[in-house]
Structure formats: structure tokens, C-alpha cells
Design a protein around this ligand. Sequence first.
Ligand SMILES: *Cc1c(COP(=O)(O)O)cnc(C)c1O
Length: 422
Amino acid sequence: MKRVNAAKAYREALRYIPGGVNSPVRALKSVGEQPLFIRKAKGATLTDVDGNRFTDFCLSWGVFILGHSHPSVNQAIRKAVSNGTSYGIPSLPETALARLVNRHVPSMERVRFVSSGTEAAMSAVRLARGFTRRNLIVKFDGCYHGHADHLLVSAGSGVAGLSRASSAGVPEALTACTVSLPFNDAVPVARLFRERGEEIAAVIVEPAPANMGVVPPDDDFIPYLRRVTRQFGALLILDEVITGFRLSAGGAQQLLGVRPDLTTLGKILGGGFPAAAFGGRQDIMALLAPDGDVYQAGTLSGNPVAMSAGVKTLQIINRSGYYAKLEEKSSRFFSELAGVAADKGIRLNRMGSMFTLFFTRERVRTFAEAQKADRDSFGRFFRYMLANGVYLSPSPMEANFLSSAHTEPMLSRFISLVKNFS
Ligand SMILES: *Cc1c(COP(=O)(O)O)cnc(C)c1O
């Protein structure tokens, strides 16, 4: 595979952009590669600046459930652009998307749009603190809620009460009110609520984590979080930035039958543009400025082009049978893949149309277990797949995605590549 233009593009980018990338994983360092530079994308196919083609199982981190460059979405975008690209004044597409969000995710009685998942999670946490007049936030190891200072805590030690930032530049004072606990384990949660329940503003969780690789929740874990938060007057925030419109039209909360107080959405929501949202109970959302005293704002929030792309995307996935069809394709693919992978000592975790191949024979249901998977083998696998024209999410602990644009030949090729991997 010739990658002359990509190498040149990388050298040039390095002169102006730290690490040559605008988001660190794209550098492909952890898989021992150099970054791709993409010229165009259509359906499930990426074409790079050297003309190489890759079947895309990352899909801009799950954004493109319809595949890249969907004709109807593009048409909606072009129409929006022709009317101007931002006003800083309300416009109709904002209400149209809010209405659709509310229809799909009924717990989001009121919705506010922002420009990134980071902003959505940060704002939901601020609102939860403002509403409860409490400060403590509980999250789970391996869950990612964007890069706001106070949410960048993994507490890798897994010891309750021990807050340790995952990044330099985050003062301890800013993470002192964040506690990270092991996912899928109710015991430490119960203990923390017993000891400090009156201080806890909110529990924030990815209801089906995808940022430590896909780790399905145990049956009663999320329902337990719902019960315990309610009992102690804390809020439950489901971070559905990845799972929203991915696992079902109503997200993970619909599948799990859990109604959170607040929800965050992103990725699919913006139809390929920088848009995200937080929303939930009307009495809580009423605390936001201008009606309430919890401040939150954004120059490009509710951007009409992004809203129009989101509206069109949600209209398409709302068609009857959309998820049933995606699920049928996914089930068929995954049941075959699971067996082929197991023969190679690889564990398949999946939920709906998202999946991770963990290089371990053990089951993976926590961050600690995910970390035991072999990184070097994953790196070798990533490079092998790339050389064969398949682009995976470039980290052993990330999710991969199917879209309605993936074809049967693409999927059977994936299976045979895994079969031939050694
Ligand atoms: C991607 C993601 C975020 C962050 O969203 P950005 O748009 O990258 O800021 C937050 N939470 C979850 C669960 C995510 O997957």
C-alpha cells in the first residue's frame, strides 16, 4: 500500500499542529502506525490522499449510523447552507430537532443543544450540582464523559474516595469532588451512598460503556443506580453520547427500561456536524439560564446546519424496521465473528451494532478486565487489517460500529481476514 502523500501530509501537519492531529487517538501511536489522511468518504468506505480505500468500522466514532455522505442528509445540509450557516438568533431547525429528540427519548422533556459531548456532560453535571445544591459526582472507571477537568478521573486504583486525574494540568482541587468506582459492581456504590449519600449530586454513567471497549452492563446494574440515586435524592445522568440513536431510537435507556433525570447525546445527533445535547426533567432543566441561575451558553449552539443534518438523520432512523434490520445484520455478523475470534483467543463483546475485539480469553465486564487484554496483539491486528483495507477504531479499548451502509461482502471479508490472522 502506497502512502506517500499521507506521509507528506503528516510531516506538513506536524509543523503546525501538535502531534499533527486535532484529537490524540488519530495519531495512531498506540497501534504503531502513522495517521491516515482522508480525502473523502462515502457509505462505509474511506478514501485516503493516496487513493487507498478502507472499509470503515470506526465511522467517526459511531457518528455515521447511515454511512458517510448519505444522499438525503447531504441534501438537507446543502439546503440549510444556502440559507446561511449561523445566526446567533433562534431558528426553526432547533425546535424541530428538540421535538424529535423528545419523541425518541421521552425522559428528555426539555433539551438544550451544545457543540460537543464534552460540553453536554460538563453542563449536565453543573446543572445537577445547581439543582441538588450538592457537589459530589460519582462516575465509573473506564467511562469517558469528555475532557472537562472534573470528569477526567479514572481512579485506576479503583479505591473509593481516591480521586486522581487522568491528565496533567488538572489540579487536584478540581477532581476532589469526583469519585470513580468500578463499573458493574453495586457494592462500592452502596457503600459510598451509605457513607456520603447526602453529598452526592449525581451519578454519571455510560449505560452501555463503549469507551473502555464495549462492556455491556450486568442486568441490574443501571436499574440499581436508578434506585439508589432516587433513594438519596441524587440525580442519575445517563451519558448516551455514543449509545443515543445507536442501540435503539430511544438509546440504551429504552432497552434497559431506565428513566434517567438527565441524558447527554452527541455523535449521531449532529449527523456529522459538531452538535450535542443535554436534557431531562422539566423541573431540573428550568434551572438553566435564562429562567434559572445555572449558567450555560454557546456561540454556535443549535447551529442551523448541524440541526438540519440531525433532523434528517433522525427522520431516517425513525422509519419502521430501521433498527430491526440493523440488528439482524449485526446479529448474523457477530455470531459468526464470535466463533472465528474465539479460535484466535480473541473475545468479542458486542451490544447492538457496536463491538470490541478484546485480545484475551477471559470475559470483560470491568475496566480492570479490559486493561488485561493484550495491547501488542491488538496493534498487530490493527496494522494487519489496515494493510488489508479495513479501518478499525485505533485503540484496543474503543468501540467499532456497523452502519446501514455496510454490505454483506464487507462483513464476510472482515470475517475471513480474522480467520487468516496469525
Ligand atoms: C464521545 C463521547 C463524549 C465526548 O464527546 P465529544 O463530542 O468528543 O466532546 C462524551 N461521552 C461519551 C460517552 C462519548 O462517547
